[in-house]
Write a protein that binds this ligand. Structure first.
Ligand code: HEC
Ligand code: HEC
Length: 209
């Protein structure tokens, strides 16, 4: 009899622990709305940013957002504006809640490019890469639509619908090594093989996706 009760209690504890763990990973978008008040000053209430050098967060993977905020907080990715902002978020749970809030917003969308010739060059890089210089096609990792890949781990972010300014800056930062928090150096390896003209063209295309 006591064995049965002990087993019952142990089972209950396991269930409770799982529930707590599930809550900790999930993040609460409602709480995140309130907690993101300061973020909204630059990234907007809907995750569409107010200036072209601020990334959009609307519909971005939750875990990707979390990882980037942690990287800024821990000094693994740096930016004069964003590093201070990340340092100001007190609790891990706050980061998860804010990330859940922005991840749940209507996905960011680009404005079609007016420079068709340049966007066409970017299209080739996006889907085919550059075989001569070993630039992998972006679609391999960021998906056919640029919506990102890997629903489990959210390693490969959504890039379609970011502004051209932001895309160019990130590609240049990966190329120079200023941004180096990418898992296994995957993105740096790609950017380092790209020419400024290729970066310009692919950013033109991706911003209009
Ligand atoms: C004063 C403007 C400003 C505020 C306020 C701000 N950010 Fe940022 N944020 C930026 C800039 C600028 C960047 C891009 C930095 C770079 O170029 O690498 C950025 C980048 C990010 C990124 C990386 C996105 C990506 O696609 O890689 C995330 C995530 C982010 N911010 C979340 C937040 C959160 C959460 C808050 C609130 C706690 C916040 N930001 C507040 C300016 C701001
Ligand atoms: C081998 C896989 C791989 C390929 C190919 C690849 N990327 Fe990435 N890319 C990544 C990973 C992983 C990240 C996330 C880095 C991080 O976590 O900081 C990333 C991040 C980015 C970012 C930053 C997004 C943000 O929100 O800050 C941009 C922009 C980007 N990639 C553009 C491109 C373009 C354009 C191409 C094609 C020329 C490309 N990538 C090809 C793996 C790849």
């Amino acid at each position: 009899m006591t064995e049965v009760i002990k087993f019952g209690i142990r089972a209950l504890l396991v269930v409770l622990a799982t529930m707590v763990a599930a809550q900790a990973v999930e993040g609460d978008p409602k709480a995140g709305k309130e907690k993101s008040a300061v973020c909204q000053g630059c990234h907007g209430e809907e995750g569409i940013s107010i200036a072209p050098n601020f990334p959009n967060l609307a519909g971005q993977f939750q875990k990707y957002i979390e990882r980037q905020v942690l990287a800024f907080r821990d000094g693994k990715r740096t930016d004069p504006m964003m590093s201070d902002m990340a340092a100001g978020v007190a609790e891990l749970q706050d980061i998860k809640d804010i990330a859940a809030y922005y991840a749940g917003k209507k996905r960011m969308k680009g404005a079609p490019s007016s420079n068709k010739a340049l966007a066409a060059k970017g299209n080739v890089i996006f889907y085919k890469g550059n075989i001569d210089t070993g630039v992998y096609a972006c679609s391999n990792c960021h998906g056919e639509n640029g919506y990102g890949k890997d629903a489990q781990n959210n390693v490969f972010p959504m890039i379609s619908g970011q502004t051209k300014d932001y895309l160019v800056k990130q590609l240049n930062d990966f190329r120079s090594g200023d941004r180096h928090n990418d898992p296994a150096g995957m993105m740096g390896a790609v950017a380092k093989k790209m020419t400024p003209a290729e970066i310009d063209a692919v950013a033109e295309f991706v911003a209009g996706m």
